[in-house]
Design a protein around this ligand. Structure first.
Ligand code: HEC
Length: 128
């Protein structure tokens, strides 16, 4: 009898633990609409993307900038939001040529990083 209770409690504990990990896991891949490819969100891509974003985008999009650019960080929008930014290139800076200094590979990596760390990419917001 005792053993059965213990086994049930343990099974419950394990499934809750697995559930929590699954809810917090970040995406491991994304579909890139512009190139119609599946991108693996590898550590290397995310690391490169982070540095490129810091150097090429945050140069304007930092707090209190003089360029009139809104403060941006990965959690500024959702995974869907970042996909739209890069797929449609609707931002002013994408249209006026600022993005042209970056290669497609660099933009893909920036998109990888922003997507992986987007506002809704993991669920810590539900636990705080
Ligand atoms: C030379 C300065 C500059 C650089 C570099 C720059 N931007 Fe911008 N960006 C702007 C300005 C100015 C706007 C228009 C004002 C605004 O909406 O923030 C803008 C708009 C945006 C918007 C729209 C914000 C909104 O609320 O609609 C996004 C998204 C964006 N930029 C992303 C990026 C990304 C990603 C990069 C790097 C690849 C980048 N920007 C690089 C100046 C810059």
């Amino acid at each position: 009898m005792r053993k059965k209770v213990l086994a049930t409690v343990m099974a419950l504990g394990i499934s809750m633990g697995v559930g929590l990990i699954a809810a917090q896991a970040r995406p491991s891949k994304r579909f890139d609409a512009a190139t119609k490819t599946c991108r693996l969100l590898t550590f290397k891509n995310l690391e490169d993307g982070y540095h490129l974003f810091e150097n090429s985008c945050k140069s304007c999009h930092h707090r209190g900038n003089a360029q009139g650019a809104e403060f941006l960080y990965s959690e500024s929008t959702t995974m869907k939001g970042w996909t739209r930014v890069f797929a449609t290139r609707y931002p002013e800076c994408a249209k006026d040529g600022v993005w042209n200094k970056l290669s497609q590979d660099q933009l893909l990596k920036i998109n990888d990083y922003l997507y992986a760390y987007a506002w809704d990419a993991s669920d810590p917001h539900c636990f705080v």
